[in-house]
Structures are given as structure tokens and as C-alpha cells.
Design a protein around this ligand. Structure first.
Ligand code: NAG
Ligand code: NAG
Ligand code: NAG
Ligand code: NAG
Ligand code: NAG
Length: 472
């Protein structure tokens, strides 16, 4: 399945086509049947049919919002002591529905239980049921049933995640609101690391990035859970177990490009600076990758990123590119996260590939390592960017959002000579102005203009691209 409004429209378009053909057939049947009653025009027969069919097939309830989502987060008591910062960075107490499932009762250090954390439950004990001692995989898969059991009134989507998964709630709601929750959907993310998909399954949603089940699927899965755990008791991986159970219900994974298992190691800034064109829905493995902002630790980095996410998730980590012909510079901005200046004109087709600042999740002797193309890091002054990271955000009186990006460190290379020796070394700040209105998901990135430039700073303004604008 492909996502995004344009594709949903396509889906509706396809539906319309089917309906049209169906209606035309009906029309001719009616014409044939009723041509002895010329006072009764056939068009009146099918127009009510047309209306009711459409409103029945496209859900006519109120739009999906956060109150329709229930989260099931599965973690361990031991890890929660330091992982709770990750969850508390996005959890909205008394608003987000759901539970944290722990392997055992929290110890004194976690009590009294923080009001900023999701309420906790202790997972069902499956050791007797499965007659084995290590039931970790099954415990996590069983979380689907336990979350559904605890709270399913007006539930439209059940979202399963780990205790170190960071979710972007507004974007998740936005994506899910485009889908019909009365149908069967299994949404999730594949691993970034090709081998993980190969070893586990290309067909599974990796649980750290989170997977999402529409209400009828969550219900069916909860109902079959015990039987399924027996069928797949030999499996040692929770996500594979969940996928197997879901597959047996007759539902396959629809991978989404905004869900990130983050099976990468080291410095993931290259990856996050060229995020695919899709709303950012989740990030995982913050415990393992290096802090995503230089000079901040993991917890600080998480909270810092959320400052931008609280203001505008629609642009979060969406890549916007513009050029300054006077200096032959290219700007690539990953909104709310990073900004790059390159000293030559580079097209979007090239910049969409992440710079491989990161390392593989596991051993991978030769490429391809990743589920996407990459650019190799370079010391060529015409290739290596000047790096800036998100510093602050505020709303302006002019109904704009102002985000500033400050230089991470001096690039320490000469200027790119083939494009005129225009060094960007003196630039220490990039100021980005974006509209207060959310970026409407029209299947196209935004464009930007350099509206001010001096020795030390550059002002960049975001706008919709012009109809025939080319970013190259
Ligand atoms: C569906 O929505 C439309 C517009 O919001 C409303 O006029 C109509 O009555 C609704 N139909 C049903 C069956 O709820
Ligand atoms: C979410 O939708 C429900 C109806 O399903 C509605 O009652 C509720 O007010 C909505 N909540 C928000 C925050 O819009
Ligand atoms: C959540 O609700 C509880 C009880 O209704 C209340 O005591 C608590 O202060 C609320 N927490 C927040 C963060 O609003
Ligand atoms: C930009 O670079 C091109 C070569 O790619 C060069 O011919 C041109 O003179 C440069 N423009 C400026 C303003 O330096
Ligand atoms: C750029 O500077 C280098 C040395 O600093 C010089 O060799 C080269 O000719 C210069 N290129 C341009 C286009 O000015």
C-alpha cells in the first residue's frame, strides 16, 4: 500500500471507477427494464444508490483523533528507570490512552508512579500456559491482547511500541485519519538494515518503530492470541510472532516510511537530515545511537527535538532544499533538526539520499547494507556540508514559525574552487521562517528562498513550491 493524500485519493478514484462501471451496468439494466415506463427517468434510480453507496463505503463518522488511539508499550522494570524520559517526552498525560506493560512490579525507585508516565500494568504470566521459562517474545506479543482487553471503547487503532519508542502523535493521527479504521490494516516499519529484514522477516513491522492495528484487526488478534502463541511457541522474536498471528488472520504488512525502527549505529544525523517524504511517526533505539544533537546527552536530545515537535509536526524532519545562485550554495534543511550548506548547486534528486554518517546494525560484509541509497561522507570541499543543528523555536507576531540553527563546528576545509571559492565558513547561524499553517500533505515538498544573507547568518523562508518549480 502507498500512503499520502494523493494515494488515498487514488484509492477513492479507483472506487469511483468501480462504482461508475457498476452504475452504468445498473443504468442499462434499469433502462432495459423500465423503458416501458418513460415517465420514470432511469437516472433517478441510480442517483440515490450512488449517494448511499459512497457514504457507506467511506466511513462517515467523525474524523479520527487522538482519543481513538490506544497505546500498548511493552518494557521491563529494569530499563524503565532510564527509558522513561523517552516515553515522557511525547506522552500527554490524561490525554494519550494506553498502558506500559512491565515484566514485574516496579521497585521503590519508581514509586510513587510518575504522573507524566503512562499508567503501568504487569504483563500476564505466560510461563505456565506455555510451559517454558523464557516467554519474553510471547509476553510482548501478548501485549496486544492485554492492551485491547484493558481499554477498547471507541478504539479505532491499537498502537504497539517499546519502552524506548518515540512517537509523534499529531502525525500518527494525521496518517491514520486518512484510513478507514473499520477495515483491516497492519501498519509498521521495516528495518533500515537489510539483513534484519532478511533474518526476521521483510513482512513484519518492527516493534520498536511501533506497529498499528485497525480496530477489527486488533480485536481478531486479541481473540486468537492464545491459540496463536501455541502455534508459534517456537519463535524467539516478538515481532515475528505478532506478524505470524496477523498473517494467519489474512492481513499483511503495509510498510510506512515515517516509522523508524532505527536499526543503525553511531551518528544517525545523516539519516535524519534526509528523511523520506512522509510524516515522521516514530523513532526508536535512542538508547543505542549516539545522541542526535552534538553536545547534548540522550535525554536532553530527546526533549530538545520535542520542542520543535510540539510546535509543528507536519514539517518535522521534512527536507526542504533551496539554492543561492550568487554564492553557488545549496541549503538542505531538515525542519526542526538540522541544516546543511553545500558549496555547490546540488539537485534534490541527489540530496534525498542520506549521508552515511552511521554504521550498520550488525555485521554486513558488503553493500547493500540499507533499505535506501546513501552518499558517502567526503572531505571534498565541493561535497562536504557545513553542519548546523536546531537551536530554538518560537512563533513570530507575523504568523510565522521561526527556527534557528547554529553551526555544529568549523568545517575546516578550503572553499570549493570549481564553483568560485565562496566559503560558507563564516556563517554561524541559519534562521528559518516557516508558515504557522501546517504543511499540507500534497505529495510534494516545500520550497524555500534565501531572503537575507550576511557574513555570519542566513535567513531562509519556506513557502509552497510554484506549480512548475524545479529544485535543481
Ligand atoms: C454523513 O456525513 C454527511 C456530511 O457530514 C451528513 O450530511 C450525513 O447525514 C452523514 N450520513 C450518515 C449516514 O451519518
Ligand atoms: C474526537 O472525536 C470524538 C468523536 O468520535 C469527539 O467526541 C471528541 O470531541 C474528539 N476529540 C477531539 C480532541 O477533537
Ligand atoms: C491527570 O488526572 C488525574 C486524576 O484525574 C489528576 O490527579 C492529575 O493531576 C492529572 N494529570 C495531569 C498532568 O493533568
Ligand atoms: C558557480 O559555479 C559555476 C561552475 O559550476 C561557475 O561557472 C560560476 O561562475 C559560479 N558562479 C559564481 C557566482 O561564482
Ligand atoms: C580558488 O582558490 C584557489 C586557491 O585558493 C585557486 O587556485 C583557484 O584558482 C580559485 N578559483 C577561483 C574560481 O577563483
Amino acid at each position: 500500500m502507498k500512503m499520502g493524500s494523493s494515494n488515498c485519493n487514488l484509492e477513492v478514484g479507483g472506487l469511483c471507477k468501480t462504482l461508475l462501471v457498476f452504475c452504468m451496468v445498473l443504468y442499462f439494466v434499469f433502462v432495459a427494464l423500465f423503458n416501458q415506463y418513460p415517465n420514470c427517468p432511469a437516472s433517478e434510480f441510480f442517483s440515490p444508490f450512488w449517494k448511499t453507496s459512497l457514504s457507506n463505503s467511506i466511513s462517515n463518522d467523525s474524523k479520527t483523533n487522538l482519543s481513538h488511539l490506544v497505546f500498548g508499550l511493552v518494557g521491563s522494570e529494569k530499563a524503565w528507570h532510564h527509558r522513561k524520559t523517552y516515553i515522557e517526552s511525547w506522552w500527554r498525560p490524561n490525554t494519550t490512552r494506553g498502558f506500559l506493560f512491565l515484566d514485574k512490579e516496579p521497585t521503590a525507585g519508581l514509586l510513587p508512579w510518575s504522573g507524566a508516565s503512562p499508567p503501568y500494568k504487569v504483563s500476564d504470566d505466560l510461563t505456565k500456559f506455555l510451559d517454558k521459562t523464557d516467554v519474553t517474545a510471547q509476553r510482548i506479543a501478548h501485549g496486544v491482547k492485554e492492551a485491547f482487553r484493558e481499554d477498547h471503547e471507541n478504539l479505532r487503532w491499537l498502537i504497539m511500541g517499546d519502552d524506548d519508542s518515540i512517537f509523534f502523535l499529531d502525525n500518527i493521527v494525521g496518517v491514520l485519519a486518512k484510513l478507514d479504521h473499520t477495515k483491516y490494516y497492519y501498519l509498521g516499519g521495516q528495518s533500515e538494515f537489510i539483513f534484519s529484514n532478511y533474518w526476521y522477516s521483510f513482512s513484519q513491522g518492527f516493534g520498536g518503530g511501533g506497529f498499528m492495528l485497525s480496530a477489527p484487526l486488533a480485536k481478531a488478534l486479541a481473540k486468537d492470541m492464545e491459540n496463536c502463541l501455541k502455534r508459534y511457541a517456537h519463535l524467539k522474536a516478538a515481532d515475528l510472532t505478532a506478524m505470524s498471528c496477523i498473517a494467519d488472520i489474512g492481513v499483511s504488512l503495509s510498510p510506512l516510511k515515517g516509522i523508524h525502527q532505527m536499526d543503525l549505529r553511531g551518528d544517525v544525523s545523516g539519516f535524519l537530515s534526509s528523511h523520506p517524504q512522509f510524516p515522521l511517526m516514530s523513532l526508536h533505539h535512542f538508547d543505542i545511537v549516539e545522541p542526535i544533537f552534538p553536545s547534548m546527552d540522550r535525554a536532553e536530545s530527546t526533549r530538545h527535538l520535542m520542542k520543535a515537535a510540539e510546535v509543528d509536526q507536519s514539517r518535522m524532519m521534512q527536507q526542504t532544499i533551496c539554492h543561492n545562485r550568487l554564492s553557488n550554495w545549496t541549503f538542505s534543511i531538515s525542519w526542526g533538526y538540522s541544516a546543511h550548506i553545500y558549496e555547490r548547486i546540488m539537485p534534490r534528486s541527489y540530496l534525498q539520499y542520506p549521508i552515511e554518517t552511521f554504521k550498520t546494525w550488525g555485521r554486513s560484509p558488503r553493500p547493500p547494507h540499507y533499505m535506501f541509497n546513501t552518499r558517502r561522507p567526503s572531505n571534498d570541499p565541493c561535497e562536504a556540508p557545513h553542519l548546523f543543528f536546531f537551536e530554538s523555536i518560537e512563533k513570530t507576531p507575523k504568523n510565522e514559525i521561526f527556527t534557528s540553527f547554529s553551526r555544529a563546528w568549523p568545517r575546516g576545509l578550503l572553499a570549493c574552487s570549481s564553483t568560485g571559492n565562496h566559503s560558507a565558513e563564516s556563517i554561524s547561524k541559519i534562521n528559518v521562517f516557516s508558515p504557522a499553517a501546517k504543511h499540507s500533505d500534497i505529495g510534494r515538498s516545500e520550497c524555500c528562498d534565501i531572503v537575507g544573507i550576511d557574513e555570519t547568518k542566513v535567513d531562509v523562508k519556506f513557502r509552497e513550491c510554484m506549480t512548475d518549480e524545479i529544485i535543481a
